[in-house]
Structures are given as structure tokens and as C-alpha cells.
Design a protein around this ligand. Structure first.
Ligand code: ACM
Length: 267
């Protein structure tokens, strides 16, 4: 059994020091063991930037201060941490998320499906859609990585599952109401665990207010909600048996992967 968790968070816009310190305190004061922890998209900077020049002031290279801060916690607590950050790469900025492994090594995924005004702020990414393997307690666990709006494209979770993901880690800043309910379907049809870490709070640009819906959750491969939140800042975790995600049989006669009719599907 391994333990997976999320931090549902309410960042203060552009106040990185404050946000890191607050997130760090919540994680450090959580007494239960967590092997894999998921934080929201852009959790240390906030989300709704009026323009790219302001976003540029907080964008970081992968080994920047957010990594420096969280990798210490990952090593100390012997956990993997997945979190969103604005990634600076030469003159590009990506809406990215990083998985830090317990030994401090890391992998960066860049959001492939940009939502709404992100299209004016971030560069288009072409990240591979494939799981990252992390060794937890001597077991190789395959983690599929998604950032927020990626969920709207079922091909993403499908591809991650067909390529062997056990758990989909979903770092989000949800503003539409649909995703939390859809996690049940995505988990069920792909027979994977899903850990959705969303944020709460509001951000405003001019007259436009974005309200983030919270409702983070952990869902089992059979579509059971194992943990959930509503609209509070909090950390939650649960022990899971990864073998539940590796058996794709539905009953004695159906297997949701080998029963697929690829010959009939649209390509
Ligand atoms: C979103 O992709 N942040 C809605």
C-alpha cells in the first residue's frame, strides 16, 4: 500500500514567498505519511495574469526557488511532490508542472491544452503524454501527469492509461464546474487512480473575476471517491493498493483494454 494525497490551496496572487511558506507549513504539520503529494496548478504564483510581462517576473527555470523549496521537503519527508509552476525556458514561458522524486530528481510536464486567456500568456507545449516512473517503497509506480484543462480531452487520460499509468496526478485551477464529477468517469473507464488537487479563492483582472471551485478529490479505479474536499484549504491523503489499477478486467468475460475495438474507432 502507498499513500497519495493532495493539498487544496488558496495562494495569494504573486506572493511567492508567502505561498511557499504557507504550503510548507501545512505539509510539515501534516502528521500522516504521504508518499505522493499533489499541489494545484501555478500554486505559488496564482493564475490570472493580466499580461505576459507580469507573468515573466515570476516565471522560473525548473531548478528555481519553488523547486529548491519543495525538494527539501520531498527529501526530508521521503515523498514525491507534483506541483504547477510557470516555467521559463529561454524566451518561452510554459504552464508547467514538475514531479520531484524523493531523491530530489525531477521531471517537467508542460500543459498541452491551454485554457482561455492562457493562450495569450503561455507558449504552446508539445509534451509527451506518457507516464513517469517513480520508485516508492521499492515499487515502481507509473504516474500520468495532467494540468487542469487537459482533463477535458479524454484522449489524454486514455493515452496515459494505455501507456501503463497507475495513477493520474492532476494539478488544477478549475473555474468550470464539470471536472470533479468527471474524475469518476475518467478513473472508471481507464481503471486508474486519480488525484485531483485544485485551488480555491478568487482572482480579478479588470472587471473579470475568476472563482476557483476547489472540490479536490482522490478517486479509485472503480470510481469510488476515497477523499474529497469542498471549499476549504486542506491536505488529505489515503492509502491505496496499486494492483487495483493494474487489473483491467471488469468481470470474468470483459477486460476494458482488450475489449477495445480499435478497428472501429476514429483515428
Ligand atoms: C484551467 O485549465 N486552469 C481551467
Amino acid at each position: 500500500m502507498i499513500s497519495v494525497g493532495y493539498l487544496q490551496f488558496n495562494p495569494e496572487f504573486m506572493n511567492i514567498d508567502y505561498n511557499l511558506e504557507k504550503a510548507g507549513k501545512i505539509i510539515e504539520s501534516y502528521k500522516k505519511n504521504i508518499d505522493i503529494l499533489v499541489l494545484p496548478e501555478l500554486f505559488a504564483t496564482g493564475y490570472f495574469f493580466p499580461d505576459r510581462s507580469l507573468l515573466e517576473t515570476v516565471a522560473e527555470e525548473p531548478t528555481g526557488r519553488t523547486y529548491q523549496f519543495l525538494s527539501k521537503i520531498a527529501k526530508k519527508r521521503d515523498m514525491a511532490i507534483y506541483f504547477g509552476f510557470p516555467e521559463k525556458s529561454y524566451n518561452k514561458i510554459y504552464n508547467s508542472a514538475m514531479i520531484i522524486k524523493p531523491d530530489g530528481s525531477f521531471y517537467v510536464y508542460r500543459k498541452n491544452h491551454l485554457f482561455y486567456k492562457e493562450k495569450k500568456l503561455f507558449d504552446t507545449a508539445n509534451s509527451p503524454i506518457e507516464p513517469v516512473t517513480v520508485n516508492i517503497r521499492g515499487m515502481d509506480i507509473r504516474l500520468g501527469l495532467m494540468i487542469c484543462f487537459d482533463w477535458f480531452f479524454p484522449e489524454v487520460a486514455r493515452t496515459l492509461a494505455l501507456k501503463g499509468s497507475d495513477i493520474i496526478l492532476h494539478a488544477a485551477n478549475l473555474v468550470m464546474p464539470y471536472c470533479p464529477a468527471a474524475t469518476i468517469t475518467r478513473a472508471l473507464e481507464n481503471r486508474v487512480f486519480i488525484v485531483l488537487a485544485d485551488r480555491i479563492g478568487e482572482e480579478k483582472v479588470g472587471d473579470e473575476v475568476l472563482k476557483f471551485i476547489g472540490m479536490s478529490r482522490i478517486v479509485s479505479p472503480k470510481g469510488k471517491i476515497l477523499k474529497y474536499s469542498t471549499d476549504r484549504e486542506e491536505i488529505k491523503s489515503v492509502y491505496i493498493d496499486i494492483n487495483e489499477a493494474r487489473d483491467k478486467s471488469l468481470n470474468l468475460l470483459n477486460n476494458i483494454f482488450t475489449d477495445r475495438r480499435e478497428d472501429l474507432y476514429f483515428k
